[in-house]
Design a protein around this ligand. Structure first.
Ligand SMILES: Cc1cc2nc3c(=O)[nH]c(=O)nc-3n(C[C@H](O)[C@H](O)[C@H](O)COP(=O)(O)OP(=O)(O)OC[C@H]3O[C@@H](n4cnc5c(N)ncnc54)[C@H](O)[C@@H]3O)c2cc1C
Length: 429
């Protein structure tokens, strides 16, 4: 295949890249999917041992493929989902080249072709294509605050993407920075193993695991919550919300909240401001973070109540959910603004502080001043270059597995239209 001109090159074999490949194959477009590791690499290398997906199996569907009829409401592990992706690729004979890291995507001025450089077995290979679909995900570089450099080497530091299980950590307490989905799930994993956890919280919404007889994901699908498009939402805060606190460990069927982690023994602190060799410093906003999550959960439940009433659905009353109970008296938070690491026996820190997309390999004028891709519905400002898997690419579910079919179909249709137009132009039709 070396130096052959392809119709399309796809970067990355996660669910987004594989879904694109499925449709490209249907259109008869000659393409290759380059994957730096193995198929489903993010699920294999960026998740912890006890991790379970928080979307039930029946929602983890790919174009032309649903694999979970035996346990539609169960939650699979990351390894199981990676195997599902592998099975999918082999079932449809998708052209995936594994262990192939894309180090450059560029286009010379006036050239109709993209030049893609792939590193494999320590050698560089050149490829050319008429179109490129970027599906390399948004979690390729770990994001850690720069003050982490000041932490003494006696403490073990891990990013959430590097955390595997409590046995990896030295004895003593753990400081978890960030209370998004990863931070809360890792805190729960550590608490369950008997570790003392200090959780530095952040402003993250929460949804209950289930409500009025159904899993929350079922309600969010039915109410079309996930179908909201960016243009429908005027509130910047809503657009920039993190993924909600929702469990991903154990049977996956309980709610998780800051106060439920506190009940398990976590000390809830505000957002970490700074850390040095001896002390960690925190803003005094843990109470606001608990209230924010409580109020988001309340508003989601109100939305569901309204939907049930408008649609005249025969749904049971809500069962009591102790993990989702609002902490009205803010009794579960600490008002400590600094912690001495040694005195509190903190021997490790887990930075659950997110990822960067790592788009440096794309050397094209397609990014704004903040480094975000400039696109509309995944069609970028550079002709022939497309994106998949970005938050709000086309709607709220664009980063979820359940959103990949619609988005991949839309983008590959656009690619196919461009291809047909180019063929017509070539033949002067
Ligand atoms: C902790 C966590 C839990 C999540 N849980 C769920 C869940 O339960 N349900 C759900 O629907 N969504 C979940 N998501 C969101 C989402 O589904 C995942 O982020 C998903 O991995 C995104 O799919 P993707 O195909 O866009 O990207 P990825 O799965 O990250 O796939 C991108 C692929 O590109 C490869 N790649 C990257 N750079 C290069 C390069 N330069 N050259 C070649 N290959 C490259 C990577 O190795 C990777 O295999 C979760 C996300 C996180 C972070």
């Amino acid at each position: 295949m070396k130096n052959a001109v392809l119709d399309v090159i796809v970067t990355g074999a996660g669910h987004a890249g594989l879904s694109a490949s499925y449709y490209l194959k249907k259109y008869g477009l000659n393409h290759l999917v380059f994957e730096r590791g193995k198929i489903g690499d993010s699920w294999r290398t960026r998740r912890w041992t006890s991790f379970k997906l928080n979307t039930p199996n029946k929602l983890n569907v790919l174009p032309g493929f649903s694999h979970h009829e035996d346990d539609p409401d169960g939650f699979c592990t990351a390894a199981e989902f990676a195997s599902t992706l592998e099975l999918y690729a082999s079932m449809y004979q998708l052209p995936v080249a594994e262990n192939s890291l894309i180090v450059l995507v560029e286009k010379q001025e006036n050239s109709p072709l993209f030049h893609v450089v792939v590193e494999r077995n320590k050698k560089r290979h050149d490829y050319y294509s008429r179109h490129v679909i970027i599906a390399s995900g948004v979690q390729n570089e770990i994001r850690i605050p720069s003050f982490a450099d000041l932490v003494t080497p006696d403490l073990m530091q891990l990013h959430a993407g590097e955390y595997r299980n409590p046995d990896q950590l030295p004895d003593g307490a753990v400081l978890v920075a960030g209370s998004g989905q990863s931070g809360c799930q890792i805190a729960e994993d550590l608490l369950t193993a008997g570790k003392q956890v200090y959780l530095s919280t952040s402003q993250v919404p929460r949804v209950p695991r289930s409500y009025r007889g159904k899993d929350i994901m079922d309600w969010l699908m039915e109410t079309q919550f996930f179908d909201a498009r960016k243009e429908d939402i005027s509130d910047e805060l809503l657009l920039n919300l993190k993924a909600p606190q929702l469990t991903g460990t154990g049977d996956g069927k309980h709610s998780i909240s800051l106060q439920s982690l506190a009940k398990l023994g976590a000390i809830l602190l505000g957002k970490m401001e700074y850390i040095d060799e001896q002390d960690a410093y925190f803003e005094l906003n843990a109470v606001q973070h608990v209230q924010f999550a409580d109020s988001f959960s309340h508003s989601v439940k109100m939305m569901i109540d309204q939907f049930i009433s408008e649609q005249k659905i025969d749904a049971p009353e809500a069962d009591p959910d102790p993990e989702d109970q609002p902490d009205l008296k803010s009794s579960r938070t600490s008002s400590v603004s600094s912690l001495n690491l040694k005195k509190n026996k903190i021997r490790s820190i887990i930075w659950a502080t997110g990822f960067n997309a790592g788009f440096n390999y794309i050397q094209l004028p397609v990014f704004d001043s903040d480094g975000n891709p400039i696109h509309r519905n995944g069609i970028s400002v550079v002709p022939g270059l497309f994106f998949l898997g970005l938050p709000w690419l086309r709607n709220r579910k664009s980063t979820l597995i359940i959103g990949s079919d619609e988005d991949a179909k839309f983008i590959t249709e656009a690619v196919n239209r461009y291809s047909m137009a180019a063929v017509k132009q070539f033949h002067n039709i």
